[in-house]
Structure formats: C-alpha cells, structure tokens
Design a protein around this ligand. Structure first.
Ligand code: SF4
Length: 447
C-alpha cells in the first residue's frame, strides 16, 4: 500500500509533469523555482541548483539528455521515470531507507538485483552466469516477496539479471504491473526482444533495459556468438521505436577496450537511442573463466579518462563501475547501495561475489541484510582509501578472503563451486598490476 507521503508526492509530480511536458525546456526552470520554495527540499538544494544551471544552457550535454528524454521517450515512460525513479526510489524511498538502517543497524540498499532465472539462450565465452546452474529459476512468489519486503524497507528500484530475464517475459511484465510504484531495469542480451514485448513494456512505462553489447559485430559476436550483434541492433531499433528507456551494458576486456572506449562507438550507441551506458570490466569468476580477458592496467586507465571525457560532453549517462568508485566512496555492495539474489535464492553481496550465508527462500530480506557476510561488508567498507581500488575481490583480494572465511559463507556457484582462495589466485596479479596506476591517478588532481 502506498504511504500518504507517496500519494501526495505522486499527485504533485503528476501535475508538475503535465505542466513541464507542454514546453519542457521553458517550463523546467519554473518547476525548479517552485521546488526551491518548498521547505522540505532543503536537502536537495544542491541538486536543484545543478538542474537550474543545466536547464539554462542548451549547449550543455545534460540539457541535451533532458531534451532526448522528452523527445524520444513515450509519455507513460516519461511519467513513470519521474515518479517511480526520481520520487519513489530517489526521495520517498530514501528517507525510509535511512530510518530502516538506523532501526536495524545494518546496510539497507537503494536497489536490489535479482536473477529471475539462470537460463540463457546464449552461451558467452567466460560468462559466470553459465556456471550458476542452468535450469534454476526464482518462483514468482519469491520474486514478489523480495519486492514486498524491499518496499517495506524503502527500496523501489529492482534490477533483473541472470541468465537472461526475458526468457520469462510474461512473469517479469506481471511483476512490473503489480508493482507499478517501482522502477525495473533488466540486463538483457536483447535477442528475445520483439515488437509484442516492447508494446507491453511501453504500456507499463516502468521498465528499462541495459542491453549487453561488446563493441561492433566482430567484438560482440566473438564472445556472444555469430549473429548476436545484428539481433542487438534490431532490438535497439524496436526499443527506440516504442520510446522505452535503454542503454548499453558493456564488459570491457583485453580484446575490446579500445573499441568500446572510442568516441566513434559511443556516438554510434547514442545514435541508436542509448540514454545511458554502463561499463563493467571482465572478472575471472568460475572455473571456466578466461583470465587472459582481464583488461590490462593501461586499458583500465584508458577507460578512466575516456568515460570522464564523454560524461562531460555526451548526451548520455555514462558510468564505469570500477573506475567511478570515487563518486560513491568505494564499493557499493553488501547492501550499502545494492545486493544480489541469484536464481537459486542465495543472497550475495554483489553479482560478482558468489558467496553467501543465507537463502531468501528461508529468511526475510532484513535477516539477509544482517547475515554474517553482509555485516562483514558493512564493517570493512570502504575496502581501500583509494576509491580507484574499490573492490574486495578484484583490487584487494585479501579482503574478500578474510570476509568469506570469517563469516563462514559458502560458494554459491552451483555447478563449479570455487573456494575464495581459488578465486583470488586469479585476481591477485590484476590487483598488483593496477595498484601503481590507481595510486598515481588518485594522487593527481581528479574530479
Ligand atoms: S564487490 Fe567489487 S564488483 Fe561488487 S560492487 Fe563492490 S567493488 Fe563493485
């Protein structure tokens, strides 16, 4: 049930949206004027000032991104993004989260990532999802339980991964429809996206997609299989036609970094309709991992500079999940900002950390947040004073070893259980190689 605060905020934001949509760039500054007069938004004054400056400068790349929002997205999506994402997840939910943290003395995240299924119609080289246990899925009641208990704690953002979430199209649409105050985002290989599915997503408005793509045809098909790139391009056209929010989700590794970090490729993705782009780096998880795919320190530094440059100039929200640790004070896992629940129900600190003490089928969400491994995370974050070395596995392998051993967490890799010592044996060289580069960047003036 929606709270009174949420009902009032939704009604007010609906009015504000109707007014703004009439002439967005002219009316946005007036909405900001009005918002600044409300006492309760004191906390957001800096954000409002930033929006004011953006709204006054048509050359600004964020101004252009806002224009794309109004020009390219369908009206339902525009409204749902504003209310579900900005208001419910960003404002209403955040104050409940703050209270929940205090009450339970544990991390409470802003977003929950869960895998509706481990099944996938592709088999990408070096993908850990392939090793989770192919036939496993979260039943619908468990997914509903995660969201219901999440909302009680103030969480309105749900991210689906896998496996391939669109293998279960009907159920994920039903989840979005039955939780129409939440925002959903699905990672997807996009090969199952068609017109009928996109029409339903357009009708609901509270669903976005992070489309996996690894460069142009050669780089994408190299890991994902022949013909995948073309299917991804077709899917982007379908999503764009329906005015749905989507962006690229790209794993950079030793073989594709120069391509996916190039201006030409980013411009092409924006031209296809991407409103955001998320970069991840290759992690050697599981026994089928390919450590040679780990990006070199030079490549990681290259991405550090490129993403900062593009973020300041392109009408697209770009993030690099490893090199942007400085904006979020290091690692966001363990419930600090997010957690992961795999298709078997194991509650893990992060999609890349396959260790857990608890299963969501046996415990409530709050108990999972207070489980030993999560409490170890809370105690130890940040894992490094240098936020360009944020990760307890990839950058500080001794930290994940210590936390897993102290908490007694077990491996959640269903088909090829891996000890934390086996895992970190693969990441120690990468951590040692990156350290001097990260320390030099951290010591130099940065944003
Ligand atoms: S555990 Fe590593 S990969 Fe996961 S959020 Fe933290 S820094 Fe990122």
């Amino acid at each position: 049930m929606k709270s009174v605060k949420q009902l009032v905020s939704t009604a007010v934001m609906n009015e504000a949206y109707q007014y703004m949509a009439k002439d967005p760039m002219k009316n946005l500054p007036k909405i900001i004027d009005w918002a600044e007069k409300i006492k309760k938004v004191d906390y957001y004054q800096n954000t409002l000032q930033m929006f004011r400056e953006i709204a006054q400068d048509p050359e600004n790349n964020w101004n252009q991104l806002i224009q794309r929002y109004f020009n390219e997205l369908n009206p339902t999506t525009q409204k749902k993004f504003l209310i579900n994402f900005m208001v419910n997840a960003g404002m209403v939910g955040q104050s409940v989260i703050d209270k929940s943290k205090e009450k339970y003395d544990c991390n409470v995240p802003w977003a929950i990532l869960f895998d509706p299924t481990a099944a996938c119609n592709l088999h990408c080289t070096g993908c850990w999802a392939a090793e989770y246990g192919k036939g496993i899925s979260l039943d619908y009641a468990t997914m509903q339980k995660i969201i219901r208990q999440g909302k009680e704690l103030g969480i309105y953002m749900y991210i689906l991964s896998g496996g391939e979430p669109t293998v279960r199209k009907d159920e994920i649409l039903r989840l979005a429809e039955e939780n129409d105050d939440c925002m959903f985002l699905s990672f997807t290989n996009a090969t199952l996206i068609d017109d009928a599915f996109a029409s339903e997503v357009e009708r609901l408005g509270n669903f976005a997609f992070a489309v996996s793509v690894e460069g142009y045809e050669e780089e994408t098909d190299m890991r994902r299989g022949k013909g995948t790139y073309q299917k991804v391009m077709d899917a982007m056209d379908i999503l764009q036609k329906h005015g749905i929010i989507f962006g690229f989700s790209t794993c950079y590794h030793s073989k594709n970094t120069e391509v996916v970090g190039s201006e030409e490729w980013v411009d092409d993705m924006i031209a296809k309709g991407c409103k955001f782009g998320w970069y991840f780096t290759y992690m050697p998880i599981g026994k089928d991992a390919v450590p040679e795919l780990i990006a070199t320190p030079e490549q990681r530094e290259f991405m550090y500079h490129q993403v900062r440059k593009f973020r300041a100039t392109k009408p697209c929200f770009l993030m690099d999940f490893w090199n942007d640790g400085e904006y979020v004070k290091g690692c966001i896992a363990g419930g600090r900002n997010y957690l992961h629940i795999n298709a078997g129900g194991d509650v893990e600190p992060c999609a890349f950390i396959h260790y857990s003490n608890v299963n969501i089928k046996d415990v409530d969400l709050i108990d999972a947040l207070r489980s030993p491994l999560f409490m170890e995370y809370k105690k130890s974050q940040p894992f490094n004073e240098n936020h360009l070395r944020p990760c307890p596995m990839f950058d500080n392998p001794e930290k994940i070893r210590e936390m897993v051993n102290k908490s007694g967490a077990h491996s959640t890799q269903l088909e090829d259980s891996e000890t934390v010592e086996e895992l970190t044996a693969k990441t120690i060289p990468a951590a040692e190689n990156w350290k001097p580069f990260a320390d030099k960047l951290w010591a130099s003036p940065h944003e």
